[in-house]
Design a protein around this ligand. Structure first.
Ligand SMILES: C[S@@+](CC[C@H](N)C(=O)[O-])C[C@H]1O[C@@H](n2cnc3c(N)ncnc32)[C@H](O)[C@@H]1O
Length: 266
């Protein structure tokens, strides 16, 4: 049995923790239970011109970029996880380049038609860095380009809070049991997740991985306010990647599309 808790204990410092240092193939299996990849791909493709340049901030294992690369987009993905970037590079795909870096430290000379941050990745960034990250997104946009943010907002956190959860995920001959513990620091509006993944592999071996991360509990008004401050105008809001109506209240994803002020609407 492999256990990666040594790294866990070494890294358990500071106020913003993120690991995601477990094999990317297990993330891919779990991701399928939460996400509709076809809908995500159609949504993103509808916002970029054919063959356009795309930047994925917090790209994980590169799931979205492999699909967009196959459709002819020219893609760059950034993620802090060495395991996930390693998996993404090995998984290959056309027209995709990966950078292992923290989003708040990333910069480049390229410009993009579409810049997105999906599946709550915005919530993982230090709250104090958000404005600068959004400014950088604005600066990296080509004229008429779009920013897409899908983030967890206050009610997602409130309604899904469970101190302990156990969930099973199956795929590719593997069974993953995820034991999650959640805690909330209300004064910092910070949500801490500590997970243990028990993985029964195809050969019957069991491996155990720790995964832990902090998420800033963001609100819709907070993100809209920051976008306005940096000159990104909201052009659409949805409740999902099939362009469902944004939830007026209650649980559900919030997807915001924005463009540099002065550019045309979606
Ligand atoms: C829930 S996963 C989502 C990944 C991907 N967007 C997807 O849809 O599958 C969150 C990702 O954010 C990455 N992440 C968290 N904080 C980050 C940071 N400060 N800089 C870069 N990546 C970060 C993690 O490594 C992880 O891959």
């Amino acid at each position: 049995m492999f256990h990666n808790s040594d790294r866990f204990h070494q890294s358990w410092e500071g106020n913003t923790l993120t690991s995601f240092e477990f094999p990317g193939e297990y993330y891919e299996i779990m991701r399928r239970d939460f996400r509709n990849l076809a809908a995500e791909t159609d949504f993103l493709a509808s916002l970029a011109p054919a063959g356009g340049r795309v930047l994925d901030l917090g790209c994980g294992t590169g799931t979205n970029l492999r699909e967009l690369g196959a459709r002819g987009y020219s893609c760059v993905g950034v993620d802090q996880s060495a395991s996930f970037i390693g998996y993404a590079r090995r998984a290959g795909g056309r027209n995709v380049e990966y950078v292992r870096e923290r989003v708040e430290e990333f910069d480049c000379d390229d410009r993009f038609d579409l810049i997105y941050s999906m599946f709550m990745t915005l919530n993982y960034l230090p709250r104090a860095e958000l404005r600068r990250v959004l400014e950088r997104m604005r600066d990296l946009l080509l004229a008429g380009g779009h920013v897409v943010l899908e983030f967890g907002h206050l009610l997602n956190f409130v309604e899904s809070y469970q101190q302990h959860t156990v969930a099973h995920h199956r795929g590719d001959g593997v069974l993953i049991t995820r034991l999650a513990r959640q805690s909330l620091n209300p004064h910092a509006a910070n949500w801490r997740n500590e997970e243990t993944l028990l993985v029964r592999e195809t050969d019957g071996q069991v491996a155990m991985y720790d995964n832990f991360f902090d998420q800033a509990v963001l609100t819709g008004p907070e993100v809209r306010g920051l976008l306005a401050d940096v000159g990104l105008a909201v052009t659409a809001e949805y409740g999902g990647f099939r362009k469902e109506q944004a939830p007026g209240h209650g649980r559900g994803p919030l997807v915001i599309v924005a463009t540099a002020e002065g550019a045309s609407a979606v």
